[in-house]
Design a protein around this ligand. Structure first.
Ligand SMILES: N[C@@H](CCC(=O)N[C@@H](CS)C(=O)NCC(=O)O)C(=O)O
Length: 228
């Protein structure tokens, strides 16, 4: 959105340092250039943010209001954005089927990675001091496979999962990239390393990181900052 454009709604997100689901919703909204203002709510941790409970239908972020439509849940927001910017999904049917499948797989799974490596943009390449739980190891292997297979089959035209366009599938995995880099997660292939570098260099990822760095220190939560 440019400064002289009229806004037509809002996207509510949580603390950018931590809120992985917010990042998944914010990226498609930005890519589709929906003219909405972004409202950031400080998360209280462990799903207990009181300000959110009365604000969005499911008490969670991301939450989008746009031109009379209300959309909650990151994947629903992504799909809503694709109505305005169809290139958020690959054009070709079989590629689009894979993109939808891996986006859904990310959205509904990978609890091992999520709970072991909470997103924290303030943590830089610092491995956990404890052994990785088995479910996290399994998730890492599966993500490695998804990235390798998708890049090999559909990625020839550029550095992202489906080539030159950073799309919804990339947006769904974007927080995973931050998590893997923050915790210097071991066992990632060269393809995965190259993909992660391409993702963090994307201008919108740089914008998100810059915004997160501006957040007040008082928004930081010991729950996430004290992970050894
Ligand atoms: N499945 C939802 C998950 C959303 C979610 O759990 N968001 C977290 C923040 S990352 C949240 O709003 N938690 C509620 C809270 O902090 O009170 C989605 O895809 O949007």
């Amino acid at each position: 959105m440019t400064d002289n454009q009229t806004t037509n709604g809002r996207l509510v997100i949580g603390t950018q340092r931590y809120s992985s689901w917010s990042l998944r919703g914010w990226l498609p909204v930005k890519l589709a250039k929906l003219p909405v203002t972004v409202q950031v709510i400080a998360l209280e941790g462990a799903g207990q943010t009181r300000a959110l409970k009365a604000l969005s239908p499911n008490g969670c972020v991301p939450y989008l209001e746009h031109d009379g439509a209300k959309v909650w849940d990151s994947l629903a927001i992504a799909d809503y954005c694709a109505e305005f910017e169809p290139s958020l999904w690959p054009q070709e049917r079989a590629a689009r089927a894979v993109a939808r499948s891996i986006a859904a797989e990310m959205h509904s799974g990978f609890r091992g990675v999520r709970s072991t490596f909470p997103m924290n943009l303030g943590r830089v390449a610092r491995p956990l001091t404890t052994p990785l739980p088995e479910d996290a190891v399994k998730d890492i292997a599966r993500i490695n496979t998804i990235w390798a297979e998708t890049r090999a089959q559909f990625g020839q035209g550029g550095p992202y999962l489906f080539g030159a366009n950073f799309g919804i599938a990339d947006a769904m995995f974007a927080p995973v990239v931050y998590r893997f880099l923050s915790y210097a997660v071991p066992g990632l292939s060269e393809v995965a390393q190259a993909y992660m570098q391409a993702v963090i260099k994307h201008p919108l990822m740089q914008e998100w990181q810059a915004d997160a760095a501006q957040e007040p220190e008082s928004w930081q939560l010991p729950l996430y900052e004290s992970i050894p």
